[in-house]
Design a protein around this ligand. Structure first.
Ligand SMILES: [Fe+2]
Ligand SMILES: [Fe+2]
Length: 578
């Protein structure tokens, strides 16, 4: 306090620590960790579980890696040459201490289960001069926590709450720096600081560093224990990966505090999807009505990739019957439901996943084909259930008309009429029926993770329990509130790829609250196995270079459900991006 000496970060010695949660030394360390995070958002750990020999190996490997020709390095972007295991262990210890010292350790397992780690390898070239040069601009991390390890070139500067800069000292090879990210600040309801930091280089030695970034696959919610009169809730529950996407939008990038901007969005005037009326009796190709609606479809798809469709060709009685059938289906014992299998990934029974405990779904392949639906029905009810199979089949068949109207309009708007027959003939219909249990709390719980659909067009019909949210390009979530006369139409990535990026395939998720179950039925037009999706030459030119190499949808799906596919930000780009 008031001293003239250069400020330094707190150093916590984790070496030789034989701590067990609950011991005195563990509790002391918990306090120190939180204190440092609240004060600086950052601290140094001395950690000898990372032997000097390994440290040296890592950095000579890093040097070697960055010496590779640029082309080779670019190819390497999705591989992980180094294992972040040791550091991940350290991160888990630190987050556990944070949770414990706030008295919310009961959430820690759930947090760890939904955490993924990104290991980034960084090189800052030496400027070869004594004058300081900016190596990385001032920013806050968007992670929950970041752990940095580096060679002995000190260049990282961390800003304190009052704007002073601390030069972080890495002179010891067993030093690790823990930095709180924006997600931790939000989770802690503003108790922890997410410090601004930058890299400033000087001299003639390159800086190599490894950063382990912890991200949450699901939503981040301020624990109720951290909200009281003195600390009113500052952040709405938010989707962590959504925050990252928002940050890359202009609005997010230019925002003074992206996390605040992102989390406050829910509280503004509710956004709505465009509503398009397909119920008009003279909606025939070539008519004025048709062209009018076609224009609305094109605009909605470029802007949102999604719209609400009014479509009354399906009798109300059938629309109501579908929910009775869904309830009957999900009320079956689990042993019966798991008999719903498919040779295509994600086409059969899905459920009982700890990460999305509210969610359960079943697939009816070729749902417009009577024999196929009947065959599935007999698998589920060996004694038969004709009202179920009739409802499912007629609903799918009548709804497939809307799918075909929408697709016809899309092809016409891009002057692709000559591909009409090929395009329409290249797909099957999958009816996926879904149940999301009510979480039985007033808090909002994740029903289904944010994702994009992988097929051509999805049309959803749901009961009166809302929960679907669609992400706008600008980063805001739209709560979808369809009526019982309307359907939600959404573009999938296969159509996005076929149209060479001309329409938007939106991220969407399901967020649940309250007691009631949400039932929904989705008709998915899905490219047939073996059909190669290839953008028509009319849509590829200098202004629109080809985005994806031709691909088979089923092979893509198989990749999507591998670990690499699940981790990729865009599985399609990794699988067949140009
Ligand atoms: Fe950073
Ligand atoms: Fe979806």
């Amino acid at each position: 306090m008031g001293s003239e000496s250069t400020p330094t970060l707190p150093i916590l010695d984790f070496s030789n620590a034989e701590w067990k949660p609950g011991t005195d030394s563990w509790l002391v360390a918990c306090k120190k960790v939180t204190h440092a995070l609240e004060q600086y958002g950052c601290f140094i750990i001395e950690y000898d579980k990372f032997p000097l020999q390994l440290h040296n190996q890592v950095f000579s490997l890093l040097e070697e890696l960055f010496l590779l020709p640029t082309e080779t390095k670019m190819k390497n972007r999705y591989e992980k040459p180094l294992n972040g295991y040791v550091v991940a262990e350290l991160d888990q210890m630190v987050t556990r201490m944070i949770f414990e010292s706030y008295g919310v350790e009961r959430y820690h397992d759930a947090y760890t289960d939904t955490t993924t780690y990104l290991l980034r390898l960084l090189k800052n070239r030496a400027p070869q001069q004594s004058e300081p040069t900016l190596g990385f601009i001032t920013h806050t991390d968007k992670s929950f926590t970041t752990i940095l390890h580096q060679n002995q070139v000190n260049a990282l500067e961390v800003e304190t709450r009052d704007g002073n800069r601390i030069n972080v000292d890495f002179s010891s090879p067993s030093s690790f720096v823990v930095i709180a990210g924006d997600a931790l600040t939000a989770w802690s309801n503003d108790r922890v600081l997410s410090p601004r930091h930058q890299v400033v280089m000087s001299g003639n030695v390159d800086r190599y560093s490894l950063g382990l970034f912890a991200f949450n696959n699901g939503t981040i919610q301020v624990p109720e224990e951290l909200v009281d009169d003195l600390h009113p809730l500052k952040y709405n529950t938010f989707d962590h990966l959504g925050l990252l996407r928002f940050y890359r939008t202009d609005e997010g990038y230019n925002s003074k505090c992206p996390i605040k901007a992102y989390c406050e969005m829910g509280s503004q005037t509710p956004l709505k999807l465009p509503v398009i009326d397909f119920s008009k009796p003279d909606l025939k190709p070539g008519s004025n009505e048709w062209d009018l609606v076609k224009g609305q479809v094109q605009q909605a798809l470029q802007e949102y990739g999604c719209f609400e469709a009014l479509f009354d060709k399906i009798p109300l009685q059938l629309r109501e019957a579908i929910f009775g059938s869904l309830q009957e289906l999900f009320d079956l014992p689990l042993q019966a439901k798991i008999r719903n299998v498919s040779n295509k990934p994600y086409h059969g029974y899905v459920g009982q996943y700890p990460q999305v405990p509210l969610y359960e779904s079943m697939g009816v392949d070729d749902a417009t084909v009577t024999e196929k639906v009947e065959a599935l029905t007999t698998t589920l009810w060996p004694q038969g259930n004709s009202s179920f199979s009739n409802t499912i089949q007629s609903f799918s068949e009548q709804l497939s008309e809307l799918d075909q109207i929408v697709r016809r309009m899309i092809l016409e708007s891009f002057d692709l009429e000559k591909y009409m027959d090929e395009h329409m003939g290249s797909t099957n219909y999958l009816l996926r029926v879904m149940k999301y249990k009510g979480p039985k709390t007033t808090e909002t719980k994740l029903g289904l993770n944010s994702h994009t659909d992988k097929n051509i067009v999805t049309i959803l019909y749901q009961n009166e329990v809302d929960g679907l949210e669609v992400l706008r390009k600008e980063g805001e979530w739209i709560n979808v509130k369809p009526s019982k006369h309307s359907f939600t139409v959404m573009i999938g990535e296969s159509l996005y790829a076929w149209l060479n990026g001309r329409v938007h395939a939106p991220y969407h998720r399901v967020m649940m609250t309250g007691d009631k179950a949400r039932y929904s039925a989705g008709l998915f037009s899905v490219p047939k196995a073996g059909y190669i999706i290839k953008a028509p030459e009319e849509l590829v030119d200098e202004a629109h270079p080809l985005l994806f190499k031709p691909f088979d949808h089923v092979e893509f799906l198989r990749f999507y459900y591998t670990e690499a596919g699940q981790k990729a930000e865009s599985a399609l780009k990794v699988f067949c991006g140009v």
